[in-house]
Design a protein around this ligand. Structure first.
Ligand code: 1MF
Length: 183
């Protein structure tokens, strides 16, 4: 994944727990990169090792860390140079979710190493929708839960998200029920 992801994990950990805890996590993960370059591609394994190590050092589950990071990511990228792109992607939670594939297409034009996931909304009602998530990567469903909560914060929309099917249980893709205040 692009270094922006690992840099985001670094910035989240350092802002909440400090540089000292980050050094412990890095050491445990056996990662010796001092500075992640946003526009460089890194093996996914580095990200997974950082999350695993953070879960040990912070005594949280990997899923809790990924969810917290997803929630963090929405505001983080808006502040790290992608604010305009986020602004163009919708004014409401359902509109933004429906535009996510377009957003990734735009990012992928400039950054060809992007391996974008795909999001599809079905059963769209005034206050709910089904969100279908497909990715070449494994294990990121908890991050999706956090991302949707982050979008709830962004649009000041109370949101409830539950996973309704999981690749872990043999489903073809991950699916979530998203309930939100009508707009
Ligand atoms: O392949 C990738 O490196 C990659 C990195 C981040 C692919 C997707 C993403 C974003 N996505 C991460 C979780 C899912 C990953 C997966 O299943 O494979 C989050 C998508 C998302 C969902 C809800 C709300 C907002 C979301 O993201 C907005 C977004 C998406 C991509 C970027 C920024 C904001 C982005 C921008 C530049 C990137 C990489 C990602 O790379 C750079 C950075 C600086 C210079 C050059 C390239």
């Amino acid at each position: 994944m692009y270094g922006l992801v690992n840099k985001g994990i670094h910035d989240m950990v350092c802002s909440r727990f400090g540089e000292n805890i980050w050094q412990q996590i890095k050491q445990k993960a056996e990662v010796d990169t001092d500075v992640f370059l946003s526009m460089e591609g890194y093996p996914d394994d580095i990200t997974h090792r950082l999350v695993k190590a953070a879960s040990v050092v912070l005594n949280l589950s990997p899923a809790e860390i990924m969810e917290a990071f997803g929630e963090f990511w929405v505001q983080y990228t808006a502040e790290e140079g992608y604010g305009e792109m986020m602004d163009m992607s919708g004014d409401t939670l359902p509109e933004f979710l429906d535009n996510l594939d377009n957003l990734h297409t735009r990012v992928g034009i400039s950054f060809p190493k992007l391996q974008p996931p795909s999001f599809e909304c079905t059963d769209v009602e005034e206050d709910s929708l089904s969100l279908h998530y497909q990715s070449d990567r494994e294990g990121l469903a908890p991050m999706v839960i956090g991302l949707v909560k982050g979008l709830g914060n962004r649009f000041d929309t109370e949101v409830e998200i539950t996973q309704t099917q999981s690749k872990n249980d043999g489903a073809e893709h991950d699916e979530f029920l998203v309930k939100h205040k009508p707009h």
